[in-house]
Structures are given as structure tokens and as C-alpha cells.
Design a protein around this ligand. Structure first.
Ligand SMILES: [Zn+2]
Length: 429
């Protein structure tokens, strides 16, 4: 990992911290983010020059020199985040610190031959309602693989998409920068900036649900690998000659504990009828049905063993479990914990596990973060799209008036931070 990658992430963290906590001094930033005062001085100098921050001078309560605080120039631009799923999409509009201003969830059929047209139409309606004139770009989170964020060609067996040129199409339609990435990678980006990975250099974000996925945070960056595939733990070979996986192999982790696998197993055991699905299974487990609880507990056992291997391999500071499947986590956990701890090497046995409740908004916020992080992406991960975002940013930022400074300084903290906190999160261990 190159040091400028860390600098870029620190810039995003500075913006996110000030967005979440209100005007902050340089010393407090350095202390809270755990970086050197010299680095904070350099980063904030750049951000001031770019018009992303404004310098505020507020009188301290106990006399002495006025504290010099930095506030966010929230008019500097925002981004649209779109989370695409097989049967619905979630859209959010975020301001530059990632705060969600508004969101919408709409039905969507990814398998339809008109899927791209439908997606364009839904985004068009959402953008039309925006009060903001300075959208920096659109970030899209999708199932499957995206080799390059800035190209945005999607390969997804789950949605039946083969080399779908989503990025190109959206750029043509909206004349805006567009960045696309795998949905778990986008979620991991949001976890770094706003979630339980905040403050950790190395973390593992695992999602359970329809599929089983992971976002690997290494040195404060999401690891993408050569083709954007890094983190595909759903296809860990787990059981010799096991059930067929959608990838074509047998016995993959996802083929054993993905939603469909659990439903199939429950039907076979007579816990569910042929017409009942995952919601019925969860309801039954919640009301004390031992058969239903056993299906989830068995999945927890398998997941625990698999994740112990991944944690031993990657050495994260924290394991974060998320995805729609966490609605039944209390039934998974029963056998997850003993299997997980037993397979960890001694040095990793105390690794904390945090569970983050399912929220489509958080994924879509991660998609928006693909765009919001690009002004600081000097490594060029965002390619030509990142340059375009930077251009739009410098077009929209102007020197702030003293009145504007005052207005931002007086924004109540609770109002600014309401959406940026992981309020639906609960620590488990
Ligand atoms: Zn597979």
C-alpha cells in the first residue's frame, strides 16, 4: 500500500469527521484520526485551497486565544449513490461529507431485457427531485464483479448480466462522472468512513444473505485485486461434492449457507413447506421452532469455520457481519461463536465481531462514497472519472463569504451527524 493511498483516505476521513462532529480544530483532528499534526496541516491546507473546508474563528468559552476551527463547505457538491439489487434499487443523495440528504427504494427487475432503460428512468426521476445543482457524479453498487470502477462494466451471475456496460450507458444518459463497484466493496467503503471499521486500518466486512460476500479493508483501503474480485468468500471450497453453486463448482460456502441453500435444507427437513421461504424460516426460528433454529445454527457453524480461516489469513482488527441475513443472526450466533473461536490461531482468538443491522441506505451511501472519495484519489484508481469529478468540484467551489462561514458554524451537530452515525449497529462481542 502506498503512503499516498493512506493520505487520500485520511482526507476523506477529515471531511467525514467534520461532517459528523461539526467544526473541529486541527489538533483534535490529528488526535482523533491518529495521524501526525504535520499530515493534518498539509491535508487541511489542500482542502481549504480546494474550497472543501472553510476556516472559522470562534471564541473559546474560557477566554484566551480564539480557537481556529475548520468547518465543512457543504455547498461544495454532492453525489448520488445507487444500490442495485436483483429486484429493487435504492438511491441516496449525499452531501460532500457523505451525509444522506434523502433516499428512495424502487422496485426493479435486473433480469428484464429492459433493465438498463428502467434503471436510467428511475435515476432520472430521482435526480429531477434534487434541490442541488452541483452533483459531482453518480456511484453505483452492484452484485457481481466490476474490473475497473471508472469503466463500470458489470459481470453478475446473480442478475444474469454479462459484460453489461453500465458505466458507459449512465455517462451517456446523464453527462456526469460515473463510478461502479461491487456492492460489498461499496459497503466496505461506507464502513471505513461512517461505520464500525472507522478508526481501524484493517477490517473484514462480511455480508450474509442471498449471497455470501466480503469487503477486505487493508491499510484503510478496500482491496480490489487484479479484476475487482477480491473478497469473493462465497466461493470458498467448503464441502467436497457438495451442492452445485451458481459459479459452476460444487460445495462453495454460498451453496451451503446462502439464503436459497437454507430454504432448500429446511424444505427437505420438513421445517418449511414448498411454498415458504426465508422469512417464514426466520419467523419459525424466532418463535422457538428447534428445526428452524437448527438450520441457522448449522449455517453459523459452517460460517464460523470459514471466517476463522479468512481472519487467520488477513489478520483484521475487527470482523463486521452485515447483509440482510443478520436479521436472523441470533440463531446463527449460537454455533458461529464456538466454531469461529476454535479455529482461530491463538493470537487472533480475541478478535471482536460486530454485527451491523441491514440497511439499504448504507450500501447506497457506500456507492456515493465511490464518487466522494475521488477528489483525493491521487493514485488514479478512479481514472478519467476521478479527473472529471475533480474538474466539476473546482467548477462549483468558490471562495466562501463570511455569512456562509457563520451559517455552517451554527449548524446543530445533531442535525449534521444524524445520518452519519451507525445508529443501527450493535456490538456483539
Ligand atoms: Zn461458487
Amino acid at each position: 500500500m502506498q503512503s499516498s493511498d493512506r493520505t487520500n483516505m485520511t482526507r476523506s476521513a477529515v471531511l467525514s469527521f467534520i461532517g459528523g462532529h461539526g467544526p473541529t480544530s486541527r489538533a483534535d483532528l490529528a488526535r482523533t484520526l491518529g495521524v501526525s499534526p504535520a499530515l493534518i496541516t498539509q491535508i487541511t491546507k489542500d482542502l481549504l485551497a480546494q474550497g472543501l473546508l472553510t476556516e472559522l474563528e470562534l471564541s473559546p468559552s474560557r477566554g484566551g486565544r480564539p480557537a481556529r476551527l475548520l468547518g465543512l463547505a457543504v455547498d461544495a457538491g454532492g453525489a448520488l449513490g445507487v444500490k442495485v439489487a436483483t429486484d429493487h434499487i435504492t438511491l441516496v443523495e449525499c452531501q460532500i461529507d457523505g451525509t444522506v440528504l434523502r433516499s428512495a427504494t424502487e422496485p426493479f427487475d435486473a433480469t428484464s431485457s429492459d433493465a438498463l432503460e428502467d434503471l436510467v428512468a428511475l435515476i432520472r426521476v430521482f435526480i429531477a427531485d434534487s434541490a442541488r445543482t452541483s452533483l459531482l457524479g453518480i456511484g453505483v453498487a452492484t452484485p457481481g464483479n466490476v474490473k475497473e470502477q471508472s469503466v463500470g462494466t458489470v459481470e453478475s451471475t446473480q442478475m444474469g448480466w454479462s459484460q453489461v456496460q453500465l458505466g458507459t450507458r449512465l455517462r451517456q444518459e446523464f453527462d456526469l462522472p460515473v463510478l461502479v463497484d461491487n456492492n460489498v466493496n461499496a459497503l466496505a467503503t461506507a464502513e471505513i468512513l461512517f461505520g464500525q471499521a472507522k478508526g481501524h486500518d484493517d477490517a473484514l466486512v462480511v455480508t450474509i444473505g442471498t449471497g455470501i460476500g466480503a469487503g477486505i479493508i487493508a491499510d484503510s483501503m478496500v482491496l480490489r485485486g487484479r479484476n475487482g474480485i477480491a473478497g469473493e468468500i462465497g466461493h470458498l471450497p467448503t464441502l467436497e461434492d457438495g451442492p452445485l453453486c451458481q459459479c459452476g463448482a460444487r460445495g462453495c460456502l454460498e451453496a451451503l449457507i446462502g439464503e436459497q441453500a437454507l430454504v432448500d435444507q429446511a424444505r427437505k427437513q420438513g421445517v418449511l413447506t414448498a411454498r415458504e421461504g426465508i422469512d417464514a424460516l426466520r419467523d419459525r426460528a424466532d418463535s422457538g421452532d428447534a428445526g428452524a433454529q437448527g438450520v441457522f445454527a448449522g449455517a453459523g457453524h459452517i460460517l464460523g469455520r470459514a471466517l476463522a480461516g479468512v481472519v487467520n489469513l488477513l489478520d483484521p482488527e475487527v470482523l463486521i457481519i452485515s447483509g440482510e441475513g443478520v436479521a436472523s443472526w441470533k440463531h446463527w450466533m449460537y454455533r458461529f461463536e464456538p466454531a469461529f473461536r476454535a479455529c482461530l490461531i491463538p493470537a487472533k482468538r480475541g478478535v471482536p465481531v460486530a454485527v451491523e443491522a441491514w440497511a439499504d441506505d448504507r450500501w447506497a451511501q457506500g456507492a456515493a462514497c465511490l464518487v466522494l472519495g475521488t477528489p483525493f484519489d491521487e493514485q488514479g484508481r478512479s481514472g478519467a472519472q476521478g479527473e472529471w469529478v475533480r474538474q466539476r468540484l473546482s467548477d462549483t467551489t468558490k471562495p466562501q463569504t463570511p455569512e456562509a462561514h457563520t451559517a455552517i458554524a451554527q449548524t446543530p451537530r445533531s442535525q449534521v451527524s444524524a445520518q452519519a452515525q451507525p445508529d443501527n449497529a450493535q456490538a456483539v462481542k
